[in-house]
Design a protein around this ligand. Structure first.
Ligand code: SIN
Length: 530
């Protein structure tokens, strides 16, 4: 995977950008803070580049390909603002070629035995795991999450590949008792065809493997559009898929112009399925766009997760769970607790213990020695959003218990924050914050907590903390959410179905249910069988 050209380009561009960036950032912060850290990030990037882990071209039909018009787009390290590399900025023409390659590969891949597909996926899993350090470093570079968390995501991402390597062999059909004596009725399951997978920046690997692994397992082929913010992990994973023996053309990666790529995927009658993780607004557009060619659609969209702490909760368990759910990936997950609802009897104790724990969280660059809990936000837009949500809350009466402002590291670092006295008219009580900000709201009764938790169009994840067994069942059943964590803030796993209700999406990913999203059911009626 070696590429001296990219290594040289990286060094030159990142240095150029370092000086360019000082012109647009507040000088005092950027110059002194970013300079020291950039050495670490730069040397990691240079190492990854020279070992070929940093790819800059798209992957079409098994060939590394430049954008046809030669355009490129910068990939920025969110912790330093430096350019890591420039990648091809692709659009409709490249996407159409990727679809054609995926269609051609589908003809043979869909006929390969499940056992063979399973072996290729298992090999891909082994390769992902044996390169977990490099993939984790790549992820920290382009996404910013602390290295330990990034390496954890490689394990999480790879787990979908391992799981669906096994599920490939269990795509069973049915035999239905016939209604006439000379008939035999069967149901067979077949791959849907070419899949367009549009993935977000917050989990640069896991959101790809959660889609691509079940698709490949049952014989589909894919065109992946990773986020333009984090294409490098996707490209490295695609390279490893070929090394694992997955045929060229079965996995294609195009990145760049999101709307052109999305439109080309939607317009093509050859693309039979769109799978998307991202914002509810974009999900709705994709769903509408998929109607023209009546594609199968699965959507994993935004959440507004309530985290309900009842009076009878174990305080330590509740603090640990709320912390894990709120601050994972610096608060940038769709399942992060967005509203912390605390019953009045435990409110003061919880607010105090939770604030102390939040104050102890270490904010820093992902490559910092020792444990860093919270990394940077992905970009300036994310920083502006978090700042404006907090300002809106403060202007409407919220009080800051911890944090409440940009971190002294500058750039896109925001202080882990706890706010109290939250009211429903504040934006952060209604919309996804996607940052390290925990708003605490007081409630009196179980009924009130359920009503407030369900008073949203979102329905992805919810969390409850209680030691009362009956209550845990009662409330879990009453919550209008696709996922419920009871006394636990980290509940995602490859073996359980992940997905939302209401406007948080359609379909499920992971688990034995996840493969159905990539299958068509065919009924075969055989007559004259006597
Ligand atoms: C997401 O934030 O979209 C995914 C989170 C997870 O898989 O746990």
């Amino acid at each position: 995977m070696a590429s001296a050209r990219i290594a040289t380009a990286f060094t030159r561009r990142s240095l150029t950008h370092r000086f360019a960036a000082t012109r647009t950032q507040p000088r005092s912060l950027f110059c002194c803070q970013a300079h020291q850290m950039s050495t670490d990030a730069s040397s990691v990037a240079a190492r990854l580049s020279s070992s070929g882990f940093i790819r800059s071209q798209g992957f079409i039909g098994g060939k590394w390909t430049d954008a046809y018009d030669g355009k490129t787009i910068e990939v920025i390290n969110p912790a330093t603002g430096e350019v890591i590399t420039n990648v091809s900025c692709m659009g409709a023409r490249e996407t159409n070629d990727a679809i054609a390659s995926a269609q051609e590969a589908f003809v043979s891949w869909s006929k390969v035995t499940a056992a063979e597909r399973s072996k290729c996926l298992r090999k891909w899993y082994d390769l992902l795991m044996s390169h977990k350090e490099e993939l984790g470093q790549l992820m920290t570079l382009e996404q910013g999450k602390p290295l330990k968390e990034a390496i954890g995501e490689v394990g999480y991402g790879a787990s979908f590949v391992e799981f669906f390597a096994e599920e490939a062999k269990r795509v069973y059909g049915d035999i239905i008792p016939a209604t006439l004596p000379d008939r035999r009725l069967f149901v067979v399951k077949q791959p849907v065809g070419v899949v367009g997978a549009i993935t977000p920046w917050n989990f640069p690997l896991a959101m790809i493997t959660r889609k691509v692994a079940p698709a490949l397992a049952c014989g589909c082929t894919v065109v992946v559009k990773p986020s333009e913010f984090t294409p490098l992990t996707a490209l490295a994973a695609a390279e490893l898929s070929v090394q694992a023996g997955i045929p060229r053309g079965a996995v294609n990666v195009v990145m760049g112009n999101a709307s052109e790529i999305g439109d080309a995927l939607l317009a093509s009658p050859q693309v039979r399925k769109i799978t998307f993780t991202g914002s509810t607004a974009v999900g709705k557009k994709l769903m509408a766009g998929a109607a023209a060619t009546v594609k199968k659609v699965s959507l994993e969209l935004g959440g507004n997760a309530p985290c309900i702490i009842f009076d009878d909760a174990d305080l330590d368990v509740a603090v640990k769970g709320a912390l894990a759910s709120k601050f994972r990936n610096s608060g940038q997950t769709c399942v992060c607790a967005n509203r912390v609802l605390v019953q009045e009897g435990i409110y003061e104790k919880f607010a105090d213990a939770f604030s102390k724990a939040v104050k102890n969280m270490k904010v820093g660059h992902g490559f910092t020695e020792g444990a860093v809990d919270v990394g940077p936000l992905i970009n300036d837009a994310a920083m502006h959003k978090v700042e404006s949500f907090v300002q809106d809350a403060i202007s409407k009466g919220a009080k800051v218990l911890v944090g409440g402002k940009k971190h002294s590291l500058g750039m896109r670092f925001y202080e882990p924050t706890v706010l109290t006295d939250i009211k429903n008219e504040m934006i952060l009580a209604r919309e996804e914050i996607f940052g390290p900000v925990a708003p605490l709201q007081k409630f009196k009764t179980e009924e009130e907590a359920i009503r407030r938790a369900n008073d949203t169009n979102a329905g992805l994840a919810a969390y409850i903390f209680t030691t009362n067994m009956q209550r845990s069942w009662r409330v879990s059943e009453a919550l209008e959410y696709g996922l419920v964590g009871v006394n636990e803030g980290l509940i995602s796993t490859e073996v359980a179905p992940f997905g939302g209700v209401k406007q948080s999406g359609l379909g499920r990913e992971g688990s034995k249910y996840g493969i159905d999203e990539y299958l068509e059911m065919k009924y075969i009626c055989m007559g004259n069988m006597n």
